[in-house]
Design a protein around this ligand. Sequence first.
Ligand code: PGA
Length: 255
Amino acid sequence: MSRRPLIAGNWKLHNTVAQSLDLARQIEQGLDHATACEVVIAPVFTALHAVGGLLSAGSKLQLAGQDVYWQERGAFTGEVSAVLLRDVGCTHVIVGHSERRQFFAESDATVLQKTRAALAQPLTPIVCVGETLEQRRAGKTLDVVLGQARAVWRQVETAALPKLLFAYEPVWAIGTGLAATPADAEEVHAALRSALAADHGHTVASQVRLLYGGSVKPDNAASLLAQTNIDGALVGGASLVAADFLAIVRAAAPT
Ligand code: PGA
C-alpha cells in the first residue's frame, strides 16, 4: 500500500500578512511541480485569506488552519469555524496541537469535536498526539499516544478514517532541536498503525497517513521519512525558512 507523502508547515504565531505572502511565494516558486508529495502550509488566521488568494490559481501548495472551532456560527467570541476556513481556501486544519493542549486547555473531547467539525465540511484534519518528557521517562509513551489517538478514531466511522491524518509529535521534541531518533519515532508510528488495524481493520490502517513532527530539519528529514510507517512531517521552525522547508519536501519525495 503506497501512501502519498505529505509535508505540512505549521507557521504558528509568526508573520504578518506581507511576510506570509512573501514566504508562501518563495515556497510556491521553489516547489517542483512534479513532486509526488502533498505540501501544506498553515499561516496565522489573519493571513489565510491573502495567502489563499495567492494560491488559488492551480497551485501545488495547499492551505491549512492551525485550529478550528466546532460550532459553525454564533456567540463564540474569538473562534473560527470550519466553514470559514473553507471560505478562505483551506483544505486542511491542524487539530489538537500540543501547544493547544498545553496552553489552551484542549482536551481529547474538544479535539474530537474539532475533528468531526472539520470532516463535515470537509476539511482534512491533521490530529496531533504526543507524550511529554515526564510521560516518556515514566514509560507511558504508548499509553498516552494511543489514548489520544483512540479518543478520536474510536469515535469516527471507519469510512471517514482515510480522510484523516495523525501527527505523532513528542512534546519534548517540539522546538527543542532534539528530534526523536528515526527508530524511536518508527516504534510509535508502528504501534499507532497496528492499534488502528485492531480497531478498524488492516485495509484502513494501511491507508491512514501518519506524520512525524518535532524538530524536523533538512538534515534529519530523510532518515525519519525513510521509516516504513512515517508518511510525512509536520514542520514548525524549519517551515519558516523557504529553503529548509523545500529541502524537507524534496526529502519526502526525491525526484
Ligand atoms: P518544530 O515544531 O518543527 O519547530 O519542532 C513542530 C510542530 O510543533 O508542529
